[in-house]
Design a protein around this ligand. Structure first.
Ligand SMILES: [Zn+2]
Length: 580
């Protein structure tokens, strides 16, 4: 809210008539309306780099007060042509609005005066038209000093005769949105704005009719959309061809509708279709085979895939990969195909399971990757794999040394817009839950999940609680509903005692100096072997465990790396040899 007024007036300088007639002293609430339905006809002309859109959108007033003004935003490279309500043209003014939610670093805003105020929870349908070009543009990154090459390998969206890829909100606003300003130079601002938009739109519906026409005599390119149930048609007549796709996203969930057009070959298998550039045909085969091999593991955990996973090749071999739902856009090279099983575990999980809550949707997909590594190479390898994520997690947790209570709520897994948290931290949370309640119970809880019944943040906890006797409230409080940082375990003391039978009884006190509790493995090493036990240690608390050993204990290690910790330098405890 605090940016709104300053930026608003800055961009207003050139258009002052508008201050008096429309704004009239009160600030615009750009996020007042949720777009509950889109019905769009999208015309793409690759030779002209052109996009033209007509259709209807339905807006619902989600504020407590009647709204007379609606804001519609598209990429700054597109222009508004008309806005109508109930067959009548409505008054609207357009202005540029600087925001990094679009690759161009700006939006074309239509500020629409509605025919009548829309009551709270009321809706209005608008007929809209806009058009323009979409070319490679990494302004939002280059203006914050990202080197040009890196910037265009990240913001690779464009419409062009050779290759077209247009991602949705967050990359290219090619369908209307309404958001407050996002600024890449201000911390997490872009992800916060994007997170709010996605949460508002997660129950919305979008119907798209995309049609691509070419008159240059070239064969039609393959059209890839992040909705496997799309109906795609190819028609050619003489030198002209039309490719069209009819797609419905219902609900949108966390997906931002996107389309890609490429001169692709395909490798089609029961669970995946790979769209590859002709030079990458061999790698595409490897990729598809590797994916099929992961299907049983993913099915066992998350159910059978409900849609076919899709992978589409990107020509720039440095291009940053991008995922949306079960579609992965990535350069398919022989290098990447070695990692295909790992990528497939993630992608197939999205194809099998979906939630509009990022910590569940993405957390489970990353958890599936750790399960895949464990399945292939064992638990230590999986923990090592998760440790690669922990670096990012350690950094982000370290910046919040003393979490304030509002941070605890904002940065909690149920609310966060930070990818490190809803990807890396959530992955660990699922792994810890599996260690705590067991594989069978967790699988049953996941199988019982119904996105339409997920009305409150505690829904998942209740599904898991139904499968176990354990109290999990404290765990969800520390890790999911609040961000209490990470635990910090330390063996406070260890007392070995020789028993009558000649074995050793070791009494270990584990201290948790951190503000988040966890159940952590304790490994006791002795001459000839080791024994691992698990112990629940709550935040800022201690717990005691007794371990019986065949010979004298030598060393205790708390945590095998499966619980993320803020400090791991204090995890080993040497036991002094007792006098013989
Ligand atoms: Zn994902």
């Amino acid at each position: 809210m605090k940016f709104e007024t300053t930026l608003f007036y800055k961009s207003l300088g050139f258009l002052c008539v508008f201050c008096a007639s429309v704004v009239n002293g009160f600030a615009l609430d750009r996020e007042a309306f949720t777009f509950t339905n889109y019905d769009l006809k999208v015309q793409v002309e690759p030779e002209q780099h052109r996009l033209g859109v007509r259709g209807t959108i339905t807006l619902r007033n989600d504020t407590q007060t009647p709204q007379k003004i609606a804001v519609l935003q598209v990429s700054s490279s597109l222009d508004w042509r008309s806005v109508r309500a109930g067959d009548k043209a409505v008054q609207f003014v357009t202005q540029p609005y600087a925001s990094d939610i679009d690759h161009t670093g700006g939006l074309s805003e239509a500020i629409v005066t509605l025919p009548q105020a829309v009551a709270p929870q009321g809706t209005i349908e608008l007929e809209i038209a806009y058009e323009g070009t979409i070319t490679l543009d990494a302004t939002r990154l280059t203006r914050i000093d990202t080197p040009v090459e890196a910037a265009s390998s990240t913001d690779w969206d464009q419409i062009s005769p050779g290759f077209t890829a247009v991602r949705g909100v967050g990359n290219v606003a090619w369908y209307p949105i309404a958001t407050e300003v996002a600024n890449l130079s201000e911390g997490n601002s872009l992800f916060e704005v994007l997170g709010r938009w996605r949460a508002r739109e997660s129950a919305s519906r979008m119907h798209l009719h995309i049609s691509v026409s070419r008159d240059d005599g070239e064969a039609p390119q393959l059209l890839v959309v992040n909705q496997a149930s799309c109906q795609v048609l190819y028609e050619a007549m003489g030198r002209s061809s039309v490719t069209s796709a009819d797609c419905t996203y219902q609900p949108l969930g966390l997906r931002a509708p996107l389309f890609v057009l490429g001169t692709y070959g395909t490798v089609d298998r029961p669970s995946i279709r790979v769209y590859n550039l002709t030079t990458h045909a061999a790698s595409a085969e490897v990729y598809a085979e590797a994916t099929e091999k992961v299907v049983p593991l993913v099915t066992d955990w998350f159910g059978a895939p409900r849609e076919k996973a899709q992978t589409a090749d990107l020509a720039d071999h440095d291009a940053a990969a991008f995922e949306s739902g079960a579609l992965l856009l990535t350069p398919i090279s022989s290098d990447n195909s070695k990692q295909a099983g790992l990528a497939a575990a993630h992608q197939l999980t999205h194809a099998a399971f979906s939630s509009f809550r990022p910590w569940i949707e993405e957390g489970l997909a990353h958890f599936a990757q750790a399960l895949y590594v464990e399945h292939e190479r064992g638990r230590p390898a999986a923990i090592e794999y998760m440790g690669l994520h922990r670096f990012a997690l350690g950094e982000i947790e370290a910046t919040s040394t003393v979490p304030r209570s509002e941070d605890e709520a904002n940065r909690s897994l149920v609310n966060t817009t930070s990818e490190e948290l809803y990807r890396s931290k959530a992955m660990y949370v699922w792994w810890m839950l599996r260690d705590m309640v067991g594989e069978a119970a967790l699988k049953k809880a996941i199988a019982a999940y119904r996105p339409e019944q997920d009305k409150e943040p505690s829904y998942m906890q209740r599904l898991i609680a139904a499968q176990t006797q354990r109290d999990l409230e404290w765990f969800f409080d520390d890790w999911v509903y609040r961000d209490r940082g990470l635990p910090d375990f330390k063996v406070e003391s260890a007392f070995p005692r020789k028993t009558m039978s000649g074995s050793f009884m070791l009494t270990i006190t584990v201290d948790n100096l951190g503000s988040a509790g966890a159940e952590v493995p304790v490994i006791v090493k002795f001459k000839g072997g080791e024994i691992a036990k698990r112990i629940e240690v709550h935040a800022k608390d201690k717990a005691v465990i007794r371990v019986e050993l065949p010979t004298e204990p030598q060393e205790i290690v708390v945590n095998d790396g499966s619980v993320p910790e803020s400090n791991t330098t204090n995890n080993t405890f040497k036991i002094e040899a007792t006098d013989k």
